[in-house]
Design a binder for this molecule. Structure first.
Ligand SMILES: [Zn+2]
Length: 255
């Protein structure tokens, strides 16, 4: 695989990239490739519904601790025993846990279940199910961010999954963020991959930040939240000049 990877090579890595289990060197290749390849970003967006659902039971298993009796799929993963040949069984365990997880999640839409179940079958066949049971190698930046909309100050604005208003920064361009370091602490970038929730139209994408992380974009604008917003429904950052430019709330669908 070259320094930026081929589409086929990168796509074979998207599953483990989403789970956070990807090797750092492979992750760098995937990040670079995604920043320049809209087709693979679309593929990633399609896949990204899955790990957010799988992460929940994985976290629960971890929280249960060694004294408990986790399901066989997690026992195998926790013990690091070779699990060759048990891929389909693990897939079934994952699927049943996934289905129960979804039943608890009222906000999840039915089509996500269909997509997730289909992807799960596909990845189990490809041997990814074993990788999915491994503890994530990195933090939550690889989880998909579900973008939503809300009425704030008489306008429909784009929000993150918790309802916090999203912003775009005047000096940015579609391929680069101009907000680093202290700026990015006041205006935390929204990690990619992002997926569209209810009522969200427009084009989602991703750029690679200088630290190698992926940042979600909306209609070519890198997305941020504002640390000044302390609860959903606020837009304290709108119109503010900070970090060398002006900040704007993202108006969904042009208002
Ligand atoms: Zn590609």
């Amino acid at each position: 695989m070259g320094s930026s990877g081929t589409c086929a090579g990168v796509r074979s890595q998207l599953g483990v990239y989403l789970t956070g289990s990807i090797l750092p060197a492979d992750r760098a290749v995937v990040v670079r490739h995604l920043a320049s390849c809209a087709i693979c970003r679309a593929e990633l967006s399609d896949l990204s519904a899955l790990p957010g659902l799988l992460r929940r039971p994985a976290s629960q298993a971890a929280a249960e601790g060694p004294g408990q009796d986790p399901p066989s799929g997690y026992r195998a993963a926790a013990g690091s025993r070779p699990a060759a040949g048990s891929g389909p069984a693990l897939g079934e365990v994952q699927l049943s846990r996934l289905l129960r997880s979804i039943q608890r999640r009222r906000r999840r839409r039915r089509w996500l279940l269909a997509v997730a179940a289909f992807v799960l079958v596909v990845v189990a066949g490809a041997g990814w199910a074993l990788r999915l049971t491994q503890p994530p190698g990195s933090g939550t930046e690889t989880m998909a961010n579900v973008l939503e909309t809300d009425r704030v100050g008489g306008l429909t604005v784009l929000t993150d999954a918790e309802g916090y208003t999203l912003y775009w920064f005047g000096p940015d361009n579609p391929t680069m963020s101009a907000c680093e370091a202290g700026c990015a602490r006041a205006w935390p970038p929204v990690a990619a991959p992002a997926v569209k929730g209810a009522g969200v139209t427009g084009t989602l994408g991703a750029i690679a930040r200088s630290d190698g992380s992926l940042q979600a974009t909306y209609n070519g604008h890198p997305l941020y939240t504002a640390a000044a917003d302390t609860e959903p429904g606020q837009a304290k950052g709108n119109g503010v000049w900070d970090g060398g430019g002006q900040w704007h709330e993202v108006v969904a669908g042009g208002g």
